[in-house]
Ligand binder design. Structure first.
Ligand SMILES: [Zn+2]
Length: 85
């Protein structure tokens, strides 16, 4: 999840680490002196709640699947043609 996480103080990416004695994961800011340190469990829960706002109405799922197939087919067309050659 590191790709999505940015420090709320300085905006730099966060990196994950584990406290081995407790076996608990955390994320911390890479900026020297910034000191932002967050529980991975809490951030993951917050992220899960955020993702729920991006749900798709079931009636659009077939259309989305069809469009994804066409898009992926278009993107891989040249590769498929090269394989056939
Ligand atoms: Zn920071």
């Amino acid at each position: 999840m590191k790709v999505f996480l940015k420090c709320d103080k300085c905006g730099r990416s966060l990196s994950g680490y584990i406290v081995k004695k407790k076996q608990i994961w955390y994320y911390k800011c890479k900026t020297k002196g910034c000191c932002v340190n967050k529980s991975a469990d809490k951030l993951h829960s917050t992220f899960t709640e955020l993702l729920k706002s991006f749900t798709l109405n079931d009636k659009y799922i077939p259309l989305l699947k069809e469009q994804m197939y066409k898009t992926i087919s278009g993107l891989t067309k040249e590769t498929t043609e090269n394989i056939n050659i």
